[in-house]
Design a binder for this molecule. Structure first.
Ligand code: NAD
Ligand code: ZN
Length: 233
């Protein structure tokens, strides 16, 4: 699998942070921390119950203080530091564990808990603490700040940059994602189309396992350091 590889794209999902103590999106109950996706991850939910949606992300943001990066985040950061070719880590996660481990070549395609977005002017601002509804944007002075989370139906961030990296990739690795959320779930097909090798690391086979040349099943804290060691020789 490994050899003649220069350009790498890595997609991560909630599974990479599970061993740090952050619940995945679709736990055994199909809920995210006790909530239906429709109630906390859509613009309709935000319009219907702004208090609930802000409180939900306030709780997720507060939880970040209690958790630390695990061996998978550490290994990916080490790969980022050492890898001489192109490398892009695209995470669907809204936690900050990749950057706390030291990853630099990183895109948060679904937004970030520690950021607030102005619904009126589009300005994003670093936001470490609770975000009360109607907080005022320092760009346009309107009370329009919302969590900087890409809801279902909204366009993920940096799609052009991600697409360009996928088209140049020699290796695409998907780690700890259920393969249920598009467009991320389709990255493997783009990578295959351009002839990249494709590898999935996950606890159980995902919805998209079929598309990967190789699937390795197990916890990210074991599989990711092993892969990084293989890549760095
Ligand atoms: P998901 O919950 O749908 O799937 C998680 C996947 O990880 C599953 O396939 C599961 O088998 C696997 N997994 C669980 N534990 C694992 C482990 N220890 N090692 C390896 N794999 C493991 O998550 P997703 O596909 O990332 O869903 C996408 C959405 O969920 C994103 O939009 C994201 O913003 C949101 N989300 C983010 C976080 C976070 O930031 N930490 C947490 C929950 C949900
Ligand atoms: Zn604004």
């Amino acid at each position: 699998m490994i050899g003649d590889i220069r350009n790498i794209v890595i997609l991560t999902g909630a599974g990479v942070s599970a061993e740090s103590g952050l619940a995945t999106f679709r736990g055994p109950d199909g809920l995210w921390e006790g909530h239906r996706v429709e109630d906390v991850c859509t613009s309709e939910a935000l319009a219907r119950d702004v208090e609930l949606v802000h409180r939900f992300y306030d709780e997720r943001r507060a939880k970040l203080i209690e958790v630390t990066p695990n061996a998978a985040h550490e290994a990916l950061a080490a790969l980022d530091r050492a890898w001489g070719g192109e490398l892009l880590i695209v995470t669907q996660n809204v936690d900050d564990l990749h950057e706390r481990a030291g990853a630099k070549r990183l895109i948060h395609m679904h937004g970030e808990l520690k950021s607030a977005l102005c619904a009126a002017c589009g300005k994003a601002v670093a936001w470490p603490g609770p975000l009360p509804p109607a907080s005022v944007c320092d760009g346009c002075s309107r009370p329009s700040l919302r969590p900087d989370i890409v809801f279902f139906g909204e366009m993920p961030y940096e799609m052009e940059r991600i697409d360009a990296a996928l088209r140049d990739a020699d290796l695409f690795v998907s780690i700890g994602t259920s393969g249920a959320v598009y467009p991320a779930a389709g990255f493997v097909q783009t990578a295959r189309h351009v002839g990249a090798r494709t590898l999935e690391l996950n606890l159980d086979p995902s919805a998209g396992s079929f598309y990967f040349e190789e699937s390795r099943m197990g916890p990210a804290s074991k599989l990711v350091p092993d892969l990084v060691q293989e890549l760095l020789g």
